[in-house]
Ligand binder design. Structure first.
Ligand code: TNX
Length: 687
């Protein structure tokens, strides 16, 4: 008998959640020997994607794949009406319908792009349980909410070789992203092979750059998954690596070398130097040749204007040209850059600093300093997309990113302005991310942003998202993403071959997360590109399974009050406390003491019955102080179980009224838990 396990009917493990899912009784068996047909013009992309899907299923099933189920597998038909553009374009039809019955699976789409998106859903729908492998009987109709769903990857601060980008593309396909944005040049590296000005990559990259051939392969692999690739050359700031090759293009004389420190630097291109535009003209010609997408990103962020202010010729130029201030001068440069791009048929994208009335309205604004700039761009007639709130390197939990919407329900835009909001991009800046950390800092959280950009706005259940992301995480691993495996490997490396030590570190780490926002750069001020990122804070992941499970189990305990649930929670807290106790004399001492104390708070809370307010009032006030102390410890990691611990303490204070249902009581507990700062991540600064 095939069952759905204990999942609620209608709950399917797909990220992003489709627009509409109807689920019926029954199942559709799957195994090797599955008849798979496709029908539509120019099917190469669909056939390759189907092969990737089947390879994923095979890896998932292992030897079970070849077992014959009681019933023969039902056939799959993938059909589409017309071929999408060979190099995908913004706004193509990505919709699809998927109907699965006991008799077979039919996936239909208007274009082969839509078929690809449907295959990403189909791959995730496979259920494997005691009854074998099967698909649920469903009718799905799906299409994206936004046409621009990107992932920005910074290959400059830490180099990420082509292999990393290739597996990233497979992750993106599962999550239905459709734009790879490559940040190719910054202060710490120029990573594009320039044939016209080879000095740029020779002197600006430490030998770590993409050859044009490698980039063409990436573009082809992206097109095969029907994603666009948008290259970024950040100007006029963030350009120290360019100046290592061409110091004469700088706004201040000096001996420039590739920058090794993080942050905002003074080095900036000289907008009055004609050679700057000559170089850019050559570079854009090369870029246009390698990247067929109609958009090129010119950066434009974080120019502090210092060197412009100190250069008398530049100041004179501003006066004679009637440019009132540095933003006006940058806008003037942007206009010239934009004209160069038009010559190659390209539209310009820039970070929100480029927003200026002088720019042509086909410029796309990427909002990173706050969602307001996105609305402002739309009001002023520019298209835009959201990245503020989507910085994965800031190490927030998936649910935090999920709450940021490019078009929130309370926006005050007109329909016309709303149509200018194209979507958004998750961003992975790599100051604090090495190659071996990249997957763990990206996945599966990136998929929370992908879902926000694909699924309807009303899809906001974070508990359901977390459940589905945990499942997706397994699918990603089947496609070679290394987010799970690298964490364990890095912890074992720290234990230097001592398995007992690795186990203790692993338990300790399972209550922690790396610190969020820009707090790490304030704490570890002297770190540079040469600093090894091999500590426990680098191994642990922002959205670990340990803290998530603990939060879930606290919720269950609050709801059901079962004694064995309390025992399980206490057991987990003792385990963490025990591991912490063994690390008190190490470099993790302060954090270990804080974690041990936080665990004690939890154990004490569990020993009070609910509503023991009279006995425990003084204790609770002190307990909240102890948790605040644990949150403020100076360390590169946060204790990631503080939110549920606050709830446990608060619950001891709130007596249940005689007729009160769970929901009302739970709400009062939440108020008493005083979580706003912790949940909004208004965390103490460190450092
Ligand atoms: C700000 S986002 C930057 C980047 C940093 C990032 C770190 C943007 C346009 N500029 O240069 O890498 O913060 O999160």
């Amino acid at each position: 008998m095939l069952t759905q396990g204990d999942k609620a009917p209608g709950a399917i493990d797909v990220v992003p959640l489709p627009v509409s899912v109807e689920q019926f009784a029954g199942s559709c068996p799957v195994s090797a020997g599955l008849e798979w047909r496709d029908q539509g013009p120019g099917g190469d992309r669909v056939r390759e994607a189907s092969a990737r899907l089947l390879a994923g299923w095979e890896r998932r099933l292992g030897c079970a794949w070849t077992f014959r189920p009681g019933r023969p597998p039902s056939p799959v038909l993938v059909a589409w009406e017309k071929a999408g553009a060979a190099i995908p374009l913004l706004g193509e039809d990505e919709s699809y319908r998927l109907e699965i019955s006991a008799a077979g699976t039919v996936l239909r789409a208007a274009t082969d792009l839509g078929a690809l998106r449907g295959l990403a859903t189909l791959e995730q729908l496979l259920v494997v349980d005691g009854a074998g492998a099967w698909l649920p009987v469903v009718k799905i109709a799906d299409r994206p909410r936004f046409p621009w769903r990107g992932l920005m990857v910074d290959v400059c601060r830490h180099w990420l070789p082509p292999a990393v980008i290739r597996r990233t593309l497979d992750g993106m396909a599962l999550a239905k992203f459709n734009v790879l944005h490559l940040h190719l040049a910054d202060d710490q590296g120029f990573r594009f092979e320039s044939r016209t000005h080879p000095r740029l990559h020779e002197r600006g990259s430490d030998g770590h750059y993409f050859t044009q051939a490698q980039l063409r392969e990436i573009v082809a692999a992206a097109a095969a998954r029907s994603f666009r690739v948008v290259p970024e050359m950040d100007v006029p700031g963030h350009a120290t690596a360019w100046l290592a090759a061409y110091p004469e293009l700088a706004s201040q004389p000096g001996a420039y070398a590739v920058e090794r420190r993080w942050g905002v630097h003074d080095a900036v291109l000289d907008p009055t130097n004609e050679k700057v535009y000559g170089l850019l003209a050559d570079l854009f010609a090369e870029l246009a040749d390698v990247f067929p997408d109609p958009f090129v990103h010119i950066g434009g962020d974080e120019n502090n204007g210092k060197h412009w202010g100190e250069n008398a010729d530049i100041q004179k130029f501003m006066v004679t040209s009637g440019l009132a201030d540095h933003p006006a001068l940058q806008a003037w440069l942007n206009r010239r850059v934009q004209r160069l791009l038009v010559g190659h048929g390209k539209q310009m994208v820039g970070w929100d600093e480029v927003l200026h009335p002088d720019l042509p309205r086909d410029t796309v604004i990427q909002s990173w300093r706050g969602a307001d700039s996105l609305a402002e761009a739309a009001r002023r007639g520019f298209r835009g997309m959201l990245s503020s709130g989507y910085y994965l390197d800031h190490c927030h939990p998936a649910a935090w990113h999920y709450g940021k919407d490019p078009l929130p329900a309370d926006d005050v835009l007109t329909e016309e302005e709303r149509a200018r909001v194209l979507g958004g991009e998750a961003a992975v800046w790599t100051e604090w991310i090495s190659e071996e950390m990249f997957d763990g800092r990206t996945w599966p959280r990136a998929a929370a942003v992908a879902e926000r950009l694909w699924s309807p706005r009303a899809v906001t259940d974070t508990a359901d998202l977390e459940r589905r992301l945990a499942v997706l995480s397994e699918r990603l691993a089947e496609h070679g993403l290394q987010h799970e495996q690298n964490e364990g490997r890095m912890i074992r490396r720290l234990a230097q071959g001592d398995p007992a030590r690795a186990a203790i570190l692993g338990i300790f780490a399972s209550a922690l997360a790396p610190i969020a926002n820009y707090r790490r750069s304030r704490l570890q001020v002297g770190h540079t590109q040469a600093t090894q990122l091999t500590g426990l804070e680098d191994a642990v992941r922002p959205d670990g399974a340990g803290p998530q499970r603990f939060a879930r189990e606290v919720e269950e305990w609050l709801r059901d009050g079962q004694a064995d649930a309390a025992q399980a929670l206490a057991g987990q807290l003792r385990l963490w406390r025990g591991a912490a106790a063994q690390l008190i004399t190490t470099e993790h001492g302060t954090l270990a003491v804080a974690l041990a104390d936080a665990c004690d708070v939890g154990l004490e809370a569990l020993s009070y019955p609910d509503g023991a307010a009279a006995v425990a009032a003084d204790w609770a006030a002190e307990a909240m102080d102890r948790l605040a102390g644990a949150a403020a410890v100076r360390a590169p990691m946060d204790i990631a179980i503080l939110v549920p611990l606050h709830r446990l303490v608060a619950a001891t204070q709130i007596g249940r009224g005689p007729e009160e249902g769970f929901a009302g009581w739970r709400r009062r507990v939440e108020d008493a838990a005083n979580l706003t700062d912790l949940v909004q991540r208004n965390l103490p600064p460190r450092g």
